[in-house]
Write a protein of this length. Structure first.
Length: 89
């Protein structure tokens, strides 16, 4: 698997995690108390959203989110391809 493909797969995984995270929050909303919902939203839900990266609606960010790592892998591969093309010229 190339670095680019690994980056793409990581982005797919972040989407899967977001779906599961939403499912977990739906379960808390349906079955939890107001306190349960607020604590989940304020703590673990927010931490996971921030760690995944992208537009999450929370103040703050991660020093290196999962999305950042995926994009770095993909960019590295694209930069190497560009360098190879320049070397061929």
């Amino acid at each position: 698997m190339s670095r680019f493909e690994a980056g793409e797969r990581i982005l797919e995984i972040t989407d899967e995690i977001r779906d599961l995270l939403q499912e977990a929050m739906d379960l808390v909303r349906e079955n939890g108390t107001d306190i349960d919902r607020e604590r989940a939203r304020s703590y673990w839900y927010g931490h996971i959203q921030i760690a995944l990266g992208g537009d999450h609606g929370y103040m703050g960010s991660s020093m290196c989110s999962m999305t950042d790592t995926a994009e770095d892998l993909m960019d590295y591969e694209m930069e190497r391809d560009e360098e190879d093309e320049e070397d061929e010229d």
